[in-house]
Design a binder for this molecule. Structure first.
Ligand code: NI
Length: 257
């Protein structure tokens, strides 16, 4: 079944129909969803939410756009969340020089601290990186060696993707791959092995064609799987089952359930 490795169901865009939408996921072939935090406040929200849904897990971490919300006291409180059931990854964390909401120093500091936290806890990391390719790679090389993780919503060159794959990381592919102008991402998908790809929505953002611009949800991942299948010349079912295996390996979950 479909494994959505990166979604944001605590987003207010789901306030009106969250419950209904999530209860119907199995009917759309979605087997597992990882609910990922972005702001400091959302860490607790996603950890709470997954307790209500057996097919959902949580990642706690603070996105670079919100890195300034962290301080030592809050960092300690966030760390406590990892004692809770089903909080299985640190994310999303990284660098974002596109929005440049926080100084690069602040972004780097908390990116590194959260990578160190993941190492201490033995958990995978979900990496957000936008317009910050070189700095992200430098920090990953220095602080993420031996960690498992995903380069989420991958947007850089195929050469760099191959480097991350060599380092043992997965490449997160979502709705963008269905966009006509996503030539570079399509080339990356063509080049890297299916064993290194995981599927993700990043919902409510980045809905695939034919829903581009609308609110995204995990059921739309099948359009992403279909596009990857087309690029690689293999059946869509194979894309779904292999990426599910990859995700379970990433998150340390049993391969058959
Ligand atoms: Ni995200």
């Amino acid at each position: 079944m479909i494994y959505d490795t990166h979604a944001h169901y605590d987003d207010a865009q789901f306030d009106e129909d969250r419950e209904e939408l999530l209860r119907a996921m199995a009917d759309h072939g979605v087997g597992t969803i990882v609910n990922v935090s972005a702001s400091y406040a959302s860490c607790e929200r996603v950890a709470d939410m997954v307790q209500d849904y057996p097919f959902m897990y949580a990642a706690a971490g603070v996105h670079p756009d919100h890195a300034g919300e962290l301080n030592e006291e809050r960092f300690a409180r966030m760390r406590e969340l990892f004692r809770r059931d089903k909080v299985i990854a640190v994310g999303e964390i990284g660098l974002d020089y596109y929005w440049d909401n926080e100084s690069h120093e602040v972004q780097k500091k908390w990116f590194i601290r959260q990578l160190e936290l993941a190492r201490e806890l033995g958990l995978p990391v979900l990496i957000h990186s936008r317009e910050a390719a070189a700095d992200t790679m430098e920090i990953m090389k220095e602080y993420a060696g031996g960690l498992k993780g995903v380069i989420h919503c991958y947007s850089y060159s195929r050469e760099m993707a191959k480097e991350y794959v060599k380092m043992g990381f997965y490449i997160g592919v979502g709705g963008v791959v269905t966009f006509k102008n996503a030539r570079r991402l399509k080339e990356t998908v063509e080049e890297i092995p299916l064993e290194s790809i995981v599927l993700e929505t990043d919902c409510p953002y980045l809905a695939p064609v034919p829903y581009r611009g609308k609110r995204n949800n995990s059921a739309y991942i099948r359009y992403v799987a279909e596009e990857i299948a087309k690029i690689k010349g293999i059946p869509c079912g194979e894309v779904i089952s292999r990426t599910e295996e990859n995700a379970k390996r990433l998150y340390g979950q049993p391969l058959t359930r």
